[in-house]
Design a protein around this ligand. Structure first.
Ligand SMILES: [Zn+2]
Length: 328
């Protein structure tokens, strides 16, 4: 017989088993929740670190972008140009120092003389002692170049135009001088071979002939602005037709004189050895109309003498001081 006591005993054991199971489950559950919470805390911390890292990366990346924006391609080029210019300037100075045979004290004396009394310095013998006699030539309609002169000129390309290799340094120093003042000077034309000059002259003459002028009229009209072959300074590689970058519509016409480039050249070209070759009102002396864009390299010292003389044309200068003139 299954007594009441036994039944209760059984129930007790059953309940005990149940309670133990329940306790175990509860402990297990709590442990699982605790583990889950701990894992979550780890994961949060990890995510937080990851986010911080990501944010830092973003900041670095943004800084990079900012730097990239600050140095746009154009500015990079400008920067490179600036470095090139400085290198060129340094090179020019080294070359100048190397080429200058005068002692430093003599150089200092001349420099002082020049700045303290221009007139007193004028007409000294220094100009003949220079090594730029080759630049003291005069070429015009009455003084044509020897045949084949242009084929013996050694040229180099500067700003897309060929110039006599010997004027590279002064030309670059002039261009860089302007650049330092925020002015970009371009070149319209520089060296032309005799053959090119001939073609240019004939092409322009043809236009007058087509407009009803006779041969002589066409020749005379053309030669007002374009030198007949053999009489152009451009065939020497020492003449430059400068161009305005700020106002290209003024190029190769009298409006060039009023551009920032034209004004800069009027003021500073002589410091670098270049003189305005066909000034206003001197057509009868030079044989050419006013060309505010056409400059001739005559050497740094001669250009300063010319400037100080107050004379306006190379023709008048060489007539008054023939000893400065070099033969062709
Ligand atoms: Zn010219």
């Amino acid at each position: 017989m299954f007594s009441k006591f036994n039944w209760l005993k059984l129930n007790f054991f059953k309940n005990k088993k149940f309670i133990i199971t329940a306790i175990c489950c509860t402990i297990g559950g709590v442990a699982a929740i605790a583990t889950a919470l701990l894992n979550k805390a780890d994961s949060d911390s990890e995510n937080k670190n990851k986010n911080e890292e990501k944010n830092n990366e973003q900041v670095v990346s943004n800084e990079d972008d900012k730097n990239k924006e600050e140095l746009k391609p154009d500015e990079n080029i400008q920067e490179e140009k600036k470095i090139e210019e400085n290198q060129q300037k340094q090179k020019n100075n080294e070359e100048k120092n190397k080429n200058d045979n005068n002692s430093n004290s003599q150089k200092q004396k001349n420099s002082n003389d020049y700045s303290s009394n221009k007139q007193q310095n004028f007409h000294n013998e220094e100009v003949n002692k220079g090594d730029e006699n080759w630049a003291h030539i005069m070429v015009n309609k009455s003084n044509p170049l020897p045949k084949n002169y242009s084929s013996n000129v050694k040229t180099i390309k500067i700003l897309g135009k060929d110039v006599d290799t010997r004027i590279v340094d002064p030309l670059m120093s002039l261009i860089n001088h302007a650049k330092n003042q925020g002015i970009n000077i371009g070149l319209s034309s520089a060296f032309r071979s005799n053959k090119y000059q001939e073609g240019l002259f004939n092409m322009r003459k043809k236009e007058y002939l087509q407009n009803g002028k006779n041969e002589q009229e066409a020749y005379e009209l053309t030669s007002k602005y374009t030198a007949p072959p053999g009489t152009s300074e451009h065939e020497t590689g020492l003449a430059i037709d400068f161009a305005s970058i700020s106002n290209s519509s003024a190029n190769l016409n009298e409006a060039f004189a009023n551009t920032v480039e034209g004004k800069f050249l009027q003021k500073y070209a002589f410091e670098h050895g270049f003189i305005l070759r066909y000034p206003e009102g001197k057509e009868s002396t030079t044989g050419f109309c006013y060309e505010p864009w056409h400059y001739r390299y005559v050497g740094e010292k001669l250009a300063k003498e010319f400037y100080d003389s107050g004379l306006k044309t190379l023709e008048e200068f060489f007539e008054k001081y023939p000893k400065f003139r070099a033969s062709l």
